[in-house]
Design a protein around this ligand. Sequence first.
Ligand SMILES: C=C(O[C@H]1C=CC=C(C(=O)O)[C@@H]1O)C(=O)O
Length: 461
Amino acid sequence: MNAQPPLLHTVTVEVNLGSSAPGDSVLVALLGRLTPTGAWLREGEGLIGLGQAASAAASGPRRFPELAQWWASVSWNPNEGTTPALSPLSPVAFTSVAFSAESDYSSRLIVPELLISHREGRTHLLMISAEPHEAVPGTADVDAVLARHGLRLKAGDPLPELVAEGSAVPQLPKTSVEPGTHSERQYMNAVTAGLSAIAEGTVEKLVLARDVAVRAAAPVHTGALLARLAQDYSECWTYYVHSTSAAARAVLGATPEMLVRLRGDRVSSRVLAGTVDRSWSPQEAEDRLLRDAKQHREHDLAVQSLVEQLAPLTESLQSPADPRVLQLPNVYHLASDVTGQLTRNDDGALPGPLQVAERAHPTAAVCGTPTREAGQLLQMLEGLDRGPFAGPVGWMDTRGNADFGIALRGAVAEDTGGPAQCPTQFRLYAGCGIVANSVPEDELAETRAKLRPMLAALGLQ
Ligand SMILES: C=C(O[C@H]1C=CC=C(C(=O)O)[C@@H]1O)C(=O)O
């Protein structure tokens, strides 16, 4: 744990986000021109964080409770006579947690100095700082924060309009794919070794991942890259958590899988496992997913792991009797939406978001069954530090609400990108659930399909 919990001051302002071309999201258009420190967007709504008011990092087996403790001990001092409990927008920490306790990756929380929230047609700005804001919204103090991030408020009625300085979304430079840590042949060998472990009965399911590297000829504008993901994969959750130090790495992507979403005492998850390529028609995909015993087993194990892991923290948890088919631009998945209610402790308190995420992580969608044996095996067979890949990613607020997706279909920036936060090197990850009768060549092809969103955003497909 590296940081003392601070005292933070907040100011909330409601603004108008203006309009965009029909069919385009005004929030995504804005994101494309900004350099965020955190982002979480889906279907044109969500959160963008800019700058950094505070941050915390942790690693090892106690990374979840250490981050939770830091977040719980931040003190809030709202201006304008509002309290975080009354303000329409609660402060948030963008969050990324390493997949493994052994990872070198530093799990982190970032509290942005400026949070833009766009939901149900309303937009709020939340300014957060270590020093009290001396002025009320619309005066020099607020204007200075906005100007630092290339934004300003234009007079408007009834609300001021938030405007980005500078006209166009930056172009992305030329990029090229480079080999990953291991070759494709080595990945197939790992799958074959995983199949032997399944045949021997050590595990029933194992999720094996591989990586590829992408190098850009010039720095890549993070906002523009995220906007491409959010545009092309609007039904997924586009995520970004910036690096807090030169040693840390930023993580980004567009995930279709929700680990835990918390709203008051309600918890929900979207479990995915079982995949076919989008080159099949929807009818063929249904046959290959809904009527295939292997895909069903792979999926059921993922649902079962989530339900069992969350049981100690929940009063009730419902999962559908049968999965449905989720259609994405690159693949079809078997999907189950699980919903439930959290258990209050004797004092009436709910478990905190990171406590729930720690219980839920890792599901058999990203690790295997049984969890411990699969975790040990994948460390041996993959030969990778997954870093944030397949770990919880998203945000949590000061009221116990949170969205933690699973960091899939994404990349880690391997250089900080300098003061402009525009990196030139990325490492992309993709994994597949292996069960008895999996075919190494098919699993390799599936990793290619899962790498497609990030490769396409980087201009490579
Ligand atoms: C591990 C990944 O996907 C998981 C989520 C959906 C479907 C999966 C599968 O069919 O193997 C994986 O469990 C990944 O995208 O890297």
